[in-house]
Design a protein around this ligand. Structure first.
Ligand code: KIV
Length: 265
């Protein structure tokens, strides 16, 4: 079983870290068998599993429900669960309690929170409760309304400096890793090299991070949205599933399914 300590060892020894999202038992089993290092029960489940337009409506109960299913499937990967919008930025006490639910009820090994220097007190309180925390800076999808859309962050020196500062603050607070989303690759490289004890996991942050994360449904071609530029689609499961379902329908309609071998005497 991969632990947060292993992630740090991987950074130190230059082995890249793989991280993918999963929200259910079946996909999580496949990823775990394929030896993905980290499985993220991302709040992106709001879009890919539940059909919301963004991650904002996702609740704690939904996160716990999906985390439980993923945890039941895994023997290898480190499982991190996202803290959803409003579950950690209102009151520190609620943040610790909600993080605890993802560990105690959901069975995850750590939680991920979005934000920088402004949430250091929250991150610190969760870590003090013995819960590993992964940070997430750059494009933080829970702030989509404040950011005015899903846009690359840190393109000018002022915003780049702020992201760099956020990364340092989170590292000093003791996060077990840092997701860097949609920032220029030079900035991601600088952060990665400046923080010797904090593995960075990039998504749209270039090749120099310590690891890479993608939404599995994007990589597998299983979610019908126009993928962002940083996605590499490794399979087109939508067309494979469509063909299979069309064949099934045709066989049933033409009375070719089931045959006698597929029936009981
Ligand atoms: O929710 C999610 O899937 C994420 C990844 C995009 C990093 O936060």
């Amino acid at each position: 079983m991969i632990t947060t300590t292993n992630l740090l060892q991987m950074k130190k020894t230059g082995q890249k870290i793989t991280m993918l999202t999963a929200y259910d038992y079946s996909i999580a089993s496949i990823l775990d068998e394929a030896k993905v290092d980290v499985i993220l029960v991302g709040d992106s489940l709001g879009m890919v599993m539940l059909g919301y337009k963004d991650t904002i409506p996702v609740t704690m109960d939904e996160m716990v429900h999906h985390a439980k299913a993923v945890v039941r499937a895994c023997n290898h990967a480190l499982i991190i669960a996202d803290m959803p919008f409003l579950s950690y930025k209102v009151e520190i006490r609620d943040a610790v309690y909600n993080a605890g639910r993802l560990i105690k009820e959901g069975g995850a090994a750590g939680v991920k929170v979005e934000g920088g220097a402004e949430i250091i007190d929250i991150v610190s309180a969760i870590i003090k409760a013995d819960i590993p925390v992964m940070g997430h800076i750059g494009l933080t999808p829970q702030a989509v309304n404040q950011m005015g859309g899903y846009k690359v962050q840190g393109k000018d020196s002022k915003t780049a400096q702020k992201i760099f500062y956020d990364a340092q603050c989170l590292a000093d607070t003791g996060v077990s890793g840092l997701v860097l989303e949609c920032i220029p690759c030079k900035l991601a490289e600088e952060i990665t090299h400046t923080l010797p004890n904090t593995p960075t996991i990039g998504i749209g942050a270039g090749p120099h991070c310590d690891g890479q994360v993608l939404v599995s449904h994007d990589l597998l071609g299983l979610y019908n949205r126009k993928p962002p530029r940083f996605v590499r689609k490794y399979a087109d499961l939508t067309s494979i599933i469509t063909t299979a379902v069309e064949k099934f329908s045709k066989d049933v309609k033409e009375q070719n399914f089931p045959d006698l071998k597929e029936s009981y005497e």
